[in-house]
Ligand binder design. Structure first.
Ligand code: ZN
Length: 310
């Protein structure tokens, strides 16, 4: 039983339209689902990824309109590492970000910047063993398009030892050094997970990460739940999130972990050619549609402006 790297990472934003403009229009990811936070349906939940919304590419945001900026601190992810095909791709992105008014910091194999909410991002040359899972964007050639999420770094306020057992013995991560750097090597994708010490407390708000989900096969999901419970963690029952099943638990560094399944995926309730174009609501909130369509800010999806070839 192996986790197949990361499934998705979920953040908070204060502005859904800026979120779409930045991730779909500027970074060239595809908005693959426009839905609401199942636990708080007055808030958008937007999903971005490759053309299919494949696990390993998915970045999601809860919109709390007008949310104040947060700050990453102990027990919070502070940087997401997105893969690109080559060093030349980093030059392409530096130029593209600059033209949109975003400064970035280029070094060997890396381009660091922050999104409009201040979320830390880093483009890195992707691990060649990770499949290139890309979205199509008319201004981003495939030779430079983002290929999936390669890793994440989190701040920790506790010793690295406190969650080493969970990560290695329970979840199957491999330490790559002694300072809290790990690799999660799955059957199809590898993910880099690393820690930076801090004494600062974080503030959850716009531009911060809410949780990270690891990717399980459908068949293994309940066994993962049992294994995590047996290791002494307070793990939720399996929750149906419509596009995958999920379990959640708070790990010893304070970071919220989720384990999510492959199926059914984002094409379960939308034509794959039109993912993310209409507001999708889970059945328990469908009766709120009229009210939600009034309250939620209308979004312009760049994809619907693109003329797709037949
Ligand atoms: Zn999640």
């Amino acid at each position: 039983m192996q986790l197949d790297g990361m499934h998705h990472v979920t953040m908070i934003t204060g502005d859904a339209q800026r979120n779409v403009d930045f991730y779909a229009d500027l970074l060239g990811l595809r908005l693959v689902k426009k839905t609401v936070n199942f636990d708080a349906p007055e808030a958008y939940h937007l999903y971005f990824g490759d053309e299919h919304g494949s696990p390993g590419t998915i970045l999601t945001w809860f919109e709390f309109a007008g949310a104040r900026p947060g700050r990453a601190g102990a027990g919070m992810i502070h940087t997401l590492q997105l893969g690109v095909p080559s060093q030349e791709s980093l030059d392409f992105w530096q130029t593209r970000l600059q033209a949109a008014g975003y400064s970035s910091d280029r070094s060997e194999g890396s381009l660091r910047f922050a999104d409009y909410d201040g979320l830390g991002l880093e483009l890195v040359v992707a691990n060649p063993d990770n499949a290139k899972l890309q979205a199509a964007h008319p201004e981003v050639p495939a030779e430079h398009a983002i290929t999936g999420v390669e890793g994440a770094r989190a701040y920790i306020g506790r010793p690295v030892e406190v969650d080493v057992g969970l990560l290695t013995a329970t979840l199957g991560f491999t330490p790559t050094d002694t300072t809290g750097a790990y690799r999660l090597e799955g059957p199809t994708r590898t993910f880099n997970w690393a820690y930076d010490p801090t004494t600062e407390h974080g503030i959850q708000g716009a531009g911060t990460v809410h949780h990270i989900a690891w990717h399980s096969t459908d068949a293994d999901h309940v066994t993962w739940r049992q294994r995590i419970a047996d290791a002494g963690f307070n793990v939720t029952p399996v929750i149906d999130r419509d596009y995958f099943n999920a379990i959640y638990f708070r790990q010893p560094q304070g970071i919220l972990f989720e384990i999510a399944t492959t199926s059914p995926g984002f094409a379960v309730d939308e034509d794959p050619a039109h993912l993310g174009e209409e507001l999708r609501l889970p059945s328990q909130h469908e009766h709120l549609r009229g009210q939600l369509e009034q309250r939620l800010t209308p979004l312009t999806n760049p994809r619907t402006k693109i003329t797709t070839e037949a």
